[in-house]
Ligand binder design. Structure first.
Ligand SMILES: Cc1ncc(COP(=O)(O)O)c(C=O)c1O
Length: 446
């Protein structure tokens, strides 16, 4: 195949035969294979339908946080589908529960935690929900705060949990305004501060060292939402300030990181970690019909979701087995490459008269605006360039940014926001495609 990797299918077939041999003691039975033609024609129809997508796998897709999983994750997930384990209870997925515990321990170790409580979730929203649920249980009635650039999920989750929530202003680099945070915390009723290490829009990193200093004074919990940015702790090319924030993550009370973003996993794989394993007591519940097969920990006993795909754990375990989460390793090199791509694109944009970059990327997300007389004119140009680039196979994204992020650029502020171009350069291959991306971008703007 030209673009889509398929050699892993051969490894999958060998592994599938090995799996099958593990059940050879059982009496034979006819696993009634349905007619191949039927499956083939439906699959071809599905393939036809799936062609209606942006090419997320290609370096010219440089828009949102989307990329295909690693081939080993894809194959391991598929392999597990012949069992379809459920990691809710050990009787539903013995091996995959053990693999989840190992894989999650490796993620915790990446943040320096040996003792912790954690598990996989359906995604970042569910993982953050559990972290804020715990925060609410430990500080009932107190307010949860997050920057106004934090993921919108925090506001929605707190509404679901019926916890008070307040946004805190951001600095012009998209990170939380620590003076505003201190001002708010001084009122004494903040129960939890969400520190985002890698905002969804701009990849901005909140100043975690300063937030932790404020925790000493005001005694709130600190929850790190590193759903997007967490794996960048392994990158070797962060700025000193960003590195300082990542190095403080182990001091947080809870962490969310999404293997289905930068961890090379299929969707349906978030992860929540708690520094204090005692929070497991908050999850305590009885079930008359589960947890009977073993006295060992069933993951359902420490998670709010019940059924969860064991296959997600198998895929994550396999990926981390092939690409361990270590600084200097192959996986880490992928993160550094994405960041190099972002730095290179931001440098080229800043050096050109045509574009304005409000602040340099902290991770691998670049935001920029066409240079124009006014905010409204820049916004109209962004949309036009976005559409023209897409027509020429370069897929970017759009984001509304406050005009105040562009202080000193002299846009006439005829509106509060500027619609900007945005690019998430999350594939390591992007590092070798900046020439072509920049060329097509300029073509779209000409
Ligand atoms: C920082 C951050 N938190 C939370 C989420 C929500 O995660 P999910 O889409 O996996 O539910 C996202 C998604 O982009 C994110 O970037």
């Amino acid at each position: 195949m030209k673009h889509l990797e398929s050699t892993s299918l051969r490894a999958l077939e060998v592994a599938l035969r090995h799996l099958d041999a593990g059940f050879s003691d059982l009496p034979d039975f006819d696993a009634s294979a349905p007619a191949l033609n039927g499956i083939q024609s439906v699959l071809l129809e599905a393939a036809e339908r799936l062609r209606d997508n942006y090419p997320y796998f290609h370096p010219f897709y440089a828009g949102q946080m989307l990329k295909p999983p690693h081939p080993v994750a894809r194959a391991a997930y598929a392999l597990a589908m012949w069992i379809n384990p459920n990691n809710h209870a050990l009787d539903g997925g013995r091996a995959s529960s053990a693999m989840e515990k190992e894989a999650v321990a490796q993620i915790a170790a990446m943040f320096g935690w040996q003792e912790f409580l954690g598990h996989l979730t359906g995604g970042g929203t569910m993982a953050n929900l559990e972290a804020l649920w715990v925060a609410g249980r430990l500080h009932p009635g107190k307010t949860i705060v997050a920057s106004d650039s934090a993921h919108y999920t925090h506001q929605r989750i707190t509404a679901v949990l019926q916890l008070p929530f307040e946004p805190i202003a951001t600095d012009p680099d998209g990170s939380i305004d620590c003076a505003a945070l201190e001002h708010r915390a001084a009122r004494g009723d903040v129960g939890c501060v969400v520190a985002t290490l890698g905002t969804t829009g701009t990849g901005s990193v909140d100043a975690l060292p300063e937030i932790l200093r404020l925790r000493d004074r005001y005694h709130f919990r600190v929850h790190v939402d590193a759903a997007y940015g967490g794996y960048f702790t392994l990158a070797d090319n962060l700025t000193a300030a960003t590195r300082a924030a990542f190095d403080c993550i182990p001091q947080a009370d809870s962490i969310v990181i999404d293997p289905h973003k930068h961890g090379l996993q299929p969707y349906g794989c978030g992860c929540v970690l708690f520094r204090d394993p005692c929070v497991g007591a908050l999850y305590k519940h009885d079930s008359p019909y589960t947890y009977f097969s073993s006295k060992d920990l069933h993951l359902g006993e420490i998670s709010l979701e019940c059924s969860r795909p064991g296959a997600a754990a198998v895929a994550l375990w396999a990926t981390q087995r092939l690409l361990p989460l270590i600084a200097g390793g192959e996986f880490a090199a992928g993160l550094s490459a994405s960041r190099r791509a972002a730095l290179e694109l931001a440098t080229r944009l800043s050096e050109s008269d045509q574009w304005v970059v409000p602040f340099p990327p902290e991770l691998d997300i670049v935001v920029w605006s066409p240079r124009a007389k006014s905010a409204s004119e820049a916004s109209a140009q962004s949309r036009r360039i976005f559409e023209r680039a897409a027509a020429n196979d370069l897929h970017l994204a759009l984001i509304q940014l406050p005009v105040r992020y562009f202080a000193g650029t002299h846009f006439e502020a005829d509106q509060d926001h500027i619609l900007c171009l945005r690019s998430v350069l999350m594939k390591p291959e992007h590092a070798n495609w900046i020439d072509e991306i920049f060329e097509r971008l300029n073509l779209a703007a000409s």
